[in-house]
Design a protein around this ligand. Sequence first.
Ligand code: SF4
Ligand code: SF4
Ligand code: SF4
Length: 471
Amino acid sequence: MAKFVCAVCGYVYEGEKLPEDFVCPICGIGAEFFKEVKNTAREETVYVEIDDDNVAISRAPSKCVACGNCKSVCRFKQGVYGYYDLQKIKCKSICIDCGQCTLNCPKKALDIKKDYKKLQEIINSRKKTIVFQTSPSVRVSLAEEFGGEAGEICTEQLVGLLRELGADYVFDTTFGADMTVMEEAHEFLDRLKTGKNLPIMTSCCPAWVKFVEIFYPDKINHLSSTKSPISIQGSLIKNYFTKIINKNPQDIVSVAITPCTAKKDEIKKFDDVDFVIPVRELAEWVKSKNIDYFKIKKSSYDNFMSTGSGAGIIFGSSGGVTEALLRTAYFLKTGKDLQNVEFKIVRNLDGFVEAEIDFAGRKLSIVSVSGTINARKMFDEMKKGKKYDIVEVMACLGGCMAGGGQPINVKLSHEQVRQKRSDALYELDKNSQVRFSYKNPNVNFVYKHFLKNFGSPLLHTKYQDKSDILG
Ligand code: SF4
Ligand code: SF4
Ligand code: SF4
């Protein structure tokens, strides 16, 4: 695609050819004042650049009014735009796929890259078994797409909608979150024992993982090797659930409904999940089929991966992964249940919280971060000598409940939306019968009958130094 720059205001038009009657939407000057620029080096732009092969985000230049919102978010909240030398990055735009810019684009020029039409074709062909899983924070946000309130819990409507769309099975990714906790808690205790690769850094957020791979590759060893909840669950669906229902993995299409755009990139790495559909994309799909959300027959998750603990649920709010991890790590270390299961001290809707806690006689230093700009602050602290044992980072401010694929709520401020969705998740945890991942009966069943032990390669991954794209 060619680029044409306005000689007066710097607006950039992208397309095969600049139309002869083109008028700059910013300064009103005509096509004769535009100059074609070659893609040998990146230009400073007022918007974020998104490559055509970005699997998570799309950008429609014709809709852009050059307001600059996306660039501000990417630079000041995510710490991505501008943290590289534009002259050096020749071919690829630098993007961690978090989707935060799409939440702030007034013209929807930036949007989720949609895959639901491809999935619909597969469903229509009736040749595959369609297995959905839904992330914890989807149940506290989807209703907003249909006029409901932020934090309104709509789990049964969500499952009902997916059945209407063609699901053969619907599972709860909260189970996958509990599996992630089990594996990561073991990893953490091992590292605590040996002192190697501390602090452990959480790895369930693919945008954060990519951020480390690009900007801080020397910290890759600190990332937990445990896969994210959707990938663990996807792996168990393909490798274990298929055996139970007597199918081959290739007969299955595995779909994750997420708050997240970055998961579209994460799934390219494995064969665990075939499609990621974030909440706004799901809503568009439902509306395109004229399905009436209010008349949908409510439904419940299918057995087998149907139960998640309260610990798994709070993965959706920043600080929740640490809290869930501590609940299980404490049991694995002491053999006892924690009496006070809530670690409000690590809950974090504002971006950066440090805490010290007593963990079975050892003092643990914890930092819970959201918004990747705050991860830069955390790395600066480490550089100055600050020592942490656990580092949790979620790329989106407040965590997944405020993810880049979530509904855009025009009635409330971002802060109010975060608070309401987060409150709903913690309420679900409080009311859960099971609040510890190690007490989830489905988790124990899978370890007993399939995995046998911790550390299965099916549930773990490796990371890659990607800093070469910075030039
Ligand atoms: S998706 Fe995230 S990293 Fe990519 S351009 Fe948007 S804000 Fe920046
Ligand atoms: S936020 Fe949207 S309209 Fe504004 S500069 Fe970015 S892409 Fe263009
Ligand atoms: S915080 Fe959650 S929604 Fe945002 S990029 Fe990370 S995993 Fe995705």
